[in-house]
Design a binder for this molecule. Structure first.
Ligand code: LLP
Length: 406
């Protein structure tokens, strides 16, 4: 039985803090982390939460408190992680197409770094040689992920150093004495098929012989979580078993022990998050009944950007008669959260809870149409705590400089 917040708890939070509101459930995050520990208990693994999914500092602190490490996608995220109390050794910095200055900053901060271009790898080798262990992010030419927008490992992808450049990497290693400690891949998000991860492992293990100082294989994130009822995610136990078998076999054959790192984002926080919206208007148009809510693609862009399916609950009338609605936002765009969705009868003023909103929800929010970003609340021990206040007018204007005295 998976942990959830009850409609009553969500409704009380909406009444207490107003809508639109992001609500997170701390114990659910912990449950997910424990699933990982359990599934990989027989393999030497370390988990780094992909902070880009949700960077609220209270979430980062909570993640640290349960013993998980953190993966950052910008130097600003590295700074947030430090602020949240992570030690440099618990922080990984995996980015793409960044300036060498950011890499220098990360090196100064003493965090683990994965480099994703030949250009930066060469600069790193020339600057630091063997003195600072580093990881390289490879593009494995593996097609994986829920859809093309979240697939990152295929042969047309901008991410990582193309695997076909291996000779160049080896040349740099030799010339600059680079200390390559980690080989990294991240093939995409929402990868259900365990064999995709195994394909990546085989490919990386085959390269280990070229790197005498290698200690870590980093397989990135991308575990699939169920978005629909009756849908299943990645079979973590199967994956744990395959990882253990592969690395044990490798160690037996070569005498080399490697640690396996993962960077889960969605797996840890997606199901722990809800976006609560209020129905502003009901609008009948021919056969279509629109439920227009006080949110939109400015707060949760996943349905519009990735065609992502998010379950919606009418928490004000959970037992009502089912009717079909198009749940739409209030932004001047076609911001459809759900089309022809069966929901318990909706009235104006009802609260709708959009589920699986913990990952890439608030994090991808904007102030489009000059609307405020939502507040965020974290339930811990059944108590709702405000962890971000709603924007206000000052937030919208504070960086603007009025230079015309008209
Ligand atoms: N590691 C690296 C290097 C990544 O680029 C990502 C995600 C992760 C780990 C975590 O992946 P996850 O476990 O969350 O799938 N905004 C999209 C997903 C983009 C993922 C970007 N990189 C969405 O809402 O589906």
């Amino acid at each position: 039985m998976s942990l959830t917040l009850s409609p009553q708890q969500l409704k009380e939070a909406a009444e207490g803090f107003g809508t639109p509101l992001y609500v997170y459930h701390a114990e659910k995050i912990k449950e997910q982390y424990e699933k990982l520990l359990h599934a990989f208990q027989d393999a030497d693994t370390r988990f780094f939460y992909a902070a880009k999914a949700l960077t609220n500092i209270s979430i980062l602190k909570y993640i640290r408190s349960i013993g998980c490490n953190v993966d950052c996608s910008s130097f600003n995220e590295v700074q947030l992680a430090l602020k949240a109390g992570f030690a440099p050794n618990q922080i990984l910095y995996t980015s793409n197409n960044i300036s060498f200055d950011e890499i220098k900053n990360a090196k100064e901060a003493g965090v683990h770094i994965n480099i994703d271009s030949i250009s930066n790898l060469e600069k790193f080798g020339n600057a630091y040689g063997n003195s600072y262990p580093v990881g390289i992010r490879l593009r494995p030419n593996i097609m994986a992920g829920g859809n093309l927008k979240i697939a990152t490992g295929h042969s047309d992808s901008k991410f990582g150093i193309p695997i076909e450049d291996i000779e160049l990497i080896l040349k740099l290693q030799q010339e600059t004495k680079l200390h390559i400690r980690t080989l990294h891949i991240h093939t995409g998000s929402e990868i259900k098929d365990v064999s995709i991860f195994v394909q990546g492992i085989d490919l990386l293990l085959d390269l280990v012989k070229h790197f005498s100082q290698l200690e870590v294989i980093d397989l990135g994130g991308g575990f699939k979580v169920p978005y629909k009822k009756n849908e299943t995610g990645t079979d973590m136990h199967e994956l744990g078993k395959r990882v253990q078998e592969k690395f044990e076999h490798f160690e037996k054959e070569t005498g080399r022990h490697l640690q396996v790192w993962f960077e889960p984002g969605k797996f840890l926080v997606s199901e722990a998050g809800y976006l609560i919206t209020k129905v502003n208007v009901l609008k009948q148009s021919g056969d279509i009944l629109f439920a227009g809510v006080d949110s939109g693609l400015n707060h949760l862009i996943r349905p519009m950007f990735y065609d992502a399916w998010h379950e919606i609950e009418n928490i004000s009338n959970p037992d009502g008669v089912l009717k079909k609605y198009n749940v739409v936002g209030n932004i001047c765009e076609t911001d459809t959260f759900a089309e022809a969705r069966l929901l318990p009868e909706v009235s104006e003023g009802d609260f709708l809870a959009i589920k699986n909103a913990g990952a890439y929800g608030f994090e991808m929010a904007s102030n489009y149409n000059s609307r405020y970003k939502p507040a965020e609340v974290l339930f811990l021990d059944d108590v709702p705590n405000l962890i971000r206040r709603r924007d206000n007018m000052e937030d919208l204007t504070k960086n603007q400089i009025e230079f015309l005295n008209l």
